[in-house]
Design a protein around this ligand. Structure first.
Ligand code: ATP
Ligand code: MG
Length: 443
């Protein structure tokens, strides 16, 4: 094998007119070979795009030409040769090979085609995810995810929030026991954290003022839907010295707008690959109270029994779009009755049947839940008692409310939910590299 200077390799997108006539090394996966007899076109793909390698039999000799053109698809190659401008190639350049090396030969047949446009079941794709991720539109999702998170961190950093990390191995949950995954933890009962809720509240007592965490959250949900995962990325935000949830919603609105803008400004090429036209959402997002949304639904012939179910959420999404042109909207003032399990939710002092809790929905899909928390020790304990929680188990949490806790609140945002809607993907599993759900733990 000839040696190629891999460290100096040029990526597909780096080829430029200035390199014309010079010798470069390119490397990547052999996407396709078109052999026309005397001439062959090899498409070599890397993270940034595809380079055409144009092989001439006359120049390379019969033996080398035959060998080069019979390398199986998706093998990893390094090719060294001259750069030539060619308008007929999408990137504008081709490489005339002088030497090449097979760095890794791919077995045949491939379990999954990379460029074949035939429909493949999501399950098959996920089973062979390392191959699936080679598709440029699939890779595009994760490049957009990267930009979305970059925009989110940027916004929160600029607003004075600091990034924190709280434990994912916990002794008590924030959302009730039903969705906790128990784990073996020496001789103690322990669980995977459903949310950093309790810990970010402790940090408000500690005086951190404005925090955010971007970390996995685990839910033992028995919901096999296109929008539920057993492990998802949660962006949790918490801030102190608030009076009401308006300021929290404003932070959230700013966060969504800025991160959309980042994706639009820096991710156009990826959006194009996915054929997604993304517009910056217009602000302010409409705010309707839970009660108003119930009325709207009833006027449209849908009667609710308790909380909104998926059908009602969907219907409300349609109505908000039709009547207000709004894809994103807040549902505010959730009834206390529906937030009993969320024992830390603050109730309106003047109207205790309502909480200061809200959801942010996109076309009927919940993206975020948040609100002001109860910071007064006595009220908090009383709310825990109402649902029969064992105070002793929450001692580590309650103590923080005894010795100086400012009024505070925040939200939890599902990163994959945001991507799911932003890219109009049919299934939330598309937005995770290696999704975890009721049926899947491998790969
Ligand atoms: P839903 O009612 O849609 O199942 P939830 O009200 O149980 O969600 P929260 O506890 O409010 O969820 O969590 C905050 C956010 O985390 C949600 O708004 C959502 O974006 C995200 N999220 C919650 N559960 C999941 C899940 N199983 N998979 C993916 N994202 C989730
Ligand atoms: Mg919720």
């Amino acid at each position: 094998m000839e040696s190629h200077n891999l460290a100096e390799r040029k990526q597909a997108s780096a080829l430029s007119s200035g390199m014309t006539g010079t010798k470069v090394t390119v490397a990547g996966w052999l996407q396709d070979t078109r052999n026309l007899g005397g001439i062959a076109f090899l498409l070599l793909r890397d993270r940034t795009g595809v380079v055409q390698v144009t092989a001439l039999k006359k120049k390379l000799g019969d033996e080398v030409f035959t060998e080069l053109t019979s390398i199986p698809r998706e093998s990893v190659l390094a090719v060294t040769g001259e750069v030539k401008e060619n308008e007929q190639v999408s990137t504008g350049f081709e490489i005339l090979p002088e030497s090449y090396a097979i760095l890794s030969r791919a077995a045949t047949p491939l379990p999954l085609g990379i460029i074949d446009k035939v429909g493949v079941e999501l399950d098959t794709r996920l089973n062979n995810r390392f191959l699936d991720l080679r598709k440029e539109e699939v890779l595009g999702i994760f490049n957009i995810r990267n930009l979305l998170l970059k925009g989110m961190r940027e916004y929160l950093g600029n607003e004075g929030f600091i990034e924190i990390h709280t434990p994912k191995i916990v002794a008590a949950g924030a959302e009730g026991g039903a969705t906790l995954f128990p784990i073996e933890y020496f001789e103690k009962d322990a669980y995977l954290a459903q949310s950093p809720q309790l810990y970010k509240q402790l940090l408000m007592s500690a005086g951190f003022d404005k925090v955010y965490e971007l970390a996995p959250a685990f839910r033992a949900e028995r919901s096999d839907t296109v929008r539920h995962l057993a492990e998802f990325a949660s962006l949790d935000v918490e801030l102190s010295f608030i009076d009401g949830s308006e300021v929290i919603m404003n932070v959230l609105e700013g966060l969504i707008t800025h991160s959309f803008k980042t994706v639009i400004d820096e991710g156009q090429a990826f959006l194009d690959k996915l054929e997604v036209e993304l517009k910056e959402p217009s602000t302010p997002f409409p705010r309707i109270t839970f009660e108003e949304s119930v009325d709207i639904l009833e006027q449209n012939g849908l009667r609710l029994h308790g909380d909104m179910d998926t059908e009602a959420e969907k219907k409300l999404g349609e109505l908000m779009l039709k009547e207000h042109g709004a894809e994103l909207y807040f549902i505010t003032s959730f009834p206390t009755e529906l937030k009993k399990e969320t024992f830390y939710a603050m109730r309106e002092p003047e109207e205790p049947s309502l909480t200061r809790y809200f959801d942010l929905d996109y076309r009927g899909e919940e993206l975020v839940s948040g609100g002001q928390r109860e910071h007064r020790y006595n009220f908090l304990v009383q709310q825990m008692n109402e649902i029969g929680l064992d105070e002793a188990q929450f001692g580590f949490y309650l103590n923080a409310f005894k010795y100086g806790m400012p009024p505070h609140g925040g939200f939890g945002l599902g990163v994959e939910r945001v991507l799911h809607m932003m890219l109009s993907l049919p299934n939330i599993r598309e937005c995770v590299l290696f999704p975890r759900d009721m049926n899947r733990i491998i790969p």
